[in-house]
Design a protein around this ligand. Structure first.
Ligand code: FE2
Ligand code: FE2
Length: 298
């Protein structure tokens, strides 16, 4: 009986999301004017979200350096986005592999994979258009990501997905509404926010269902993997090479970033909604809390 209700819930969510996908989706290859010139001296994301904003080092930087840093931080976020979307696409494929191909739930998983596919192409073009390098994650996390996309399933899969999606989403919601920043970044952000809202709904509903029937051991594993994913994502938002690209000493800049109270504030702001939700579903407890705290997200 409970199981039937769960299947119904799952199908109801997916049916609604499929309808939303038909009504409002984008094709960045045609919906973005990739040839439009970038504006001189204009920030790429709001300056107060730049990792060094408010530090003594920031005060010493020229306007050009600050703009340059904001540009590379956008490219770093987009690179991290592609990394995680690649992991997510594979996890969604594995999730679909075990389920009925004619269910609305699997159909929506396939639509989400198609969305993420377009997003990754869009982020790739954005990085190139900005004239930035693709900022690859370090080798250790690259391998952890490989492990995750190959084996992780269950609640941990949905929770990790939400960390990447909701943290990025908070930054992009602000960027798309800020008419003082580069129009190209605003448009990319708008497209991503609209489509990700459905992904977040899909993952949140599935996480609630899975946590409600997970056993103690599964929950403990989910809490630990989630905390590890939170740490990985939060600590890679800004690739250290961004600082060199803005003409800064990397070690000095990283020290300033770590000690920056405004940066901590930004990290907590980016995860606030998510952390409240994880708390409700029972993910914010256990030994993983040490990782959560060092991630700066709580
Ligand atoms: Fe995406
Ligand atoms: Fe997504």
């Amino acid at each position: 009986m409970v199981r039937t209700r769960e299947v119904d819930d799952r199908e109801t969510t997916a049916t609604r999301l499929l309808k939303g996908s038909v009504e409002r989706s984008y094709e960045p290859a045609v919906d973005i004017d990739w040839d439009a010139p970038l504006l001189d001296g204009v920030f790429y994301h709001p300056p107060q979200r730049t990792s060094l904003y408010g530090t003594e080092l920031w005060d010493r930087m020229t306007h050009e350096q600050r703009v340059e840093l904001s540009k590379h931080e956008v490219a770093s976020l987009a690179s991290l986005g592609v990394w995680f979307e690649t992991i997510l696409m594979q996890m969604l494929l594995r999730h679909s592999y075990d389920r009925s191909v004619t269910s609305q739930h699997v159909r929506y998983a396939l639509i989400e994979i198609a969305d993420e596919c377009r997003h990754s192409v869009m982020f790739s073009r954005l990085i190139e258009r900005l004239g930035c390098p693709p900022y690859r994650i370090d080798g250790y996390h690259h391998q952890l990501g490989r492990l995750m996309k190959t084996v992780v399933s269950g609640p941990a899969m949905w929770a990790a997905t939400l960390i990447a999606e909701e943290v990025l989403d908070t930054f992009q919601r602000e960027a798309m509404a800020d008419d003082t920043i580069q129009p190209l970044v605003r448009m990319v952000s708008r497209i991503h926010v609209v489509e990700e809202a459905r992904h977040v709904r899909y993952a949140r509903d599935e996480l609630v269902r899975q946590m409600s029937r997970a056993g103690r051991a599964d929950k403990a594993v989910a809490r630990l993997i989630t905390a590890r994913a939170a740490y990985a994502i939060a600590s890679h938002l800004v690739h250290p090479d961004c600082y060199a690209a803005a003409g800064l000493d990397v070690r000095e800049a990283r020290r300033a970033e770590r000690a920056n109270p405004l940066r901590r504030e930004t990290l907590r702001w980016s995860a606030r909604r998510l952390v409240d939700f994880f708390d409700e579903v029972g993910l914010m407890r256990g030994p993983g809390m040490v990782l959560w705290r060092s991630s700066g997200l709580v």
